[in-house]
Design a protein around this ligand. Structure first.
Ligand code: HEC
Ligand code: CU
Length: 386
């Protein structure tokens, strides 16, 4: 039988809970409440609120996708606007709430009072003007500075200064990065330099994607047939390479959720600098040394991989198609593969080449039915390509 829940029964129950603090599950409520410090309802509510907010408050600085911990000028501007609007809203809310509570207290009907205590404001021109002009002024000021911020974020980079320029091509389901003027291409892990302008030309080879590294910039759509520029200047990283995570932010098919990316910000000088990294990327692929690596290279060149992948110095694609895969010249130097789906290791590379679709649904890499030995050999070879 369905439990009968008439309106009056429900009201009676709410009233009982309000009065005694106990519902039908009174026992459980009481034991949960005993976890909280003793005290009035206000203290309990505040403690609850703090408990709920605690993860947000404590993780704010370290959460990898936290737009409020900006690591570049562009994200910094967006975060500034967030706080501006938030605090403004807090102040406006406080004023409105204070007025509200003042009103219901001051103008309440007292016992024995017969006339209507409410103030008649109808047609009060002065008040009407005040509460029209103030919000209008606030909105006008906010509009002007917000549009200013939008222009600032989308400003052209300064051509007098150094720019790292990268063609970003979204593909189902990974990112291709062609570094202009450097002559190399890499995949899903972007490397840039601290305090240096970065200019991305965001495009797509198939459907619409969206390039997004929350701590660095806002989102930018990758749309076929278009070139959307995006600029930012990463903050200093203090001598160490810093890693930021990103994600495709536009539903783009079966493996959209597995279309991640990483962005590394290098220091200007020292062994970890961007230039050292870029120089290494410009080199041709390392020659295989061990027997297994040699066998792996042979698998790579004879089993069909070269139809979709380039390894500079070994096989280079002259024609590209929609399913053309990442340049693998230095694939061993990446920290992750398949668009940040797997950490890079010989085992994971072997798992991937053996059956890409088992790792990434609908992946556009053909399953070439490699044997376990061939998978391990080619994985060992690819991992050696640092
Ligand atoms: C039909 C084209 C095609 C063929 C053939 C192909 N691949 Fe791929 N490969 C791709 C595509 C596309 C991706 C990207 C898939 C993704 O991440 O969604 C990829 C990704 C990879 C990756 C990960 C690279 C990275 O940076 O994340 C490796 C390693 C790889 N392929 C190795 C191989 C090997 C080895 C062979 C031959 C046994 C091969 N591929 C054959 C298209 C192909
Ligand atoms: Cu996507």
């Amino acid at each position: 039988m369905m439990p009968s829940l008439s309106l009056s029964a429900a009201i009676a129950r709410v009233a009982r809970v309000a009065k005694t603090g106990r519902g039908r599950t009174g026992a459980r409520r009481a034991s949960f409440a005993s976890l909280l410090p003793a005290g009035g309802a206000l203290w309990r509510s505040l403690t609850m609120l703090l408990l709920l907010l605690w993860p947000t408050l404590t993780l704010a600085d370290i959460h990898p996708r936290d737009t409020l911990s900006p690591a570049a000028d562009s994200a910094d501007i967006s975060a500034w606007f967030f706080w501006l609007y938030l605090w403004l809203d807090v102040v406006i809310f406080a004023i409105v709430a204070a007025g509200f509570f003042f009103g219901i207290h001051r103008f309440r009907k007292r016992p024995g009072q017969n006339d209507d205590p409410a103030m008649d404001l109808h047609g009060n021109a002065k008040l009407e003007i005040i509460w029209t002009v103030i919000p209008t002024a606030i909105i006008l000021v906010l509009s002007v500075i917000t549009v200013g911020g939008v222009f600032q974020i989308s400003a052209d980079p300064d051509r007098e200064q150094r720019i790292i320029e990268i063609d970003v091509i979204g593909k189902q389901w990974w990112w291709e990065y062609d570094y202009k003027g450097y002559n190399f291409s890499t995949a899903s892990e972007m490397h840039v330099e601290e305090d240096t302008q970065v200019l991305l030309h965001v495009r797509s080879a198939d459907v619409i994607h969206s390039f997004w590294v929350p701590r660095i910039t806002g989102k930018r759509d990758a749309t076929p047939g278009r070139d959307y520029p995006m600029t930012f200047r990463p903050f200093n990283v203090g001598g160490e390479v810093k890693e930021f995570v990103g994600q495709c932010a536009e539903l783009c098919g079966a493996s959209h959720a597995r279309m991640g990316l990483k962005l590394f910000v290098h220091p200007k000088d020292g062994p970890n600098s961007f230039e050292v990294w870029a120089k290494q990327q410009q080199d041709k692929a390392r020659e295989p040394v061990s027997e297994l690596e040699q066998k792996g290279k042979q698998v790579f060149t004879t089993k069909g991989c070269v139809a979709c992948h380039s390894v500079r110095g070994v096989a280079e694609l002259t024609q590209r198609s929609q399913s053309t895969g990442p340049d693998l010249t230095h694939v061993g130097a990446r920290t992750s593969i398949a668009a940040n789906v797997l950490p890079n290791s010989v085992e994971n590379l072997a798992k991937w080449v053996k059956n890409p679709q088992s790792i990434k649904e609908a992946a556009l890499m053909t399953n070439l039915n490699l044997s376990d030995e061939d998978s391990l050999a080619v994985a060992t070879y690819l991992y050696s390509l640092k």
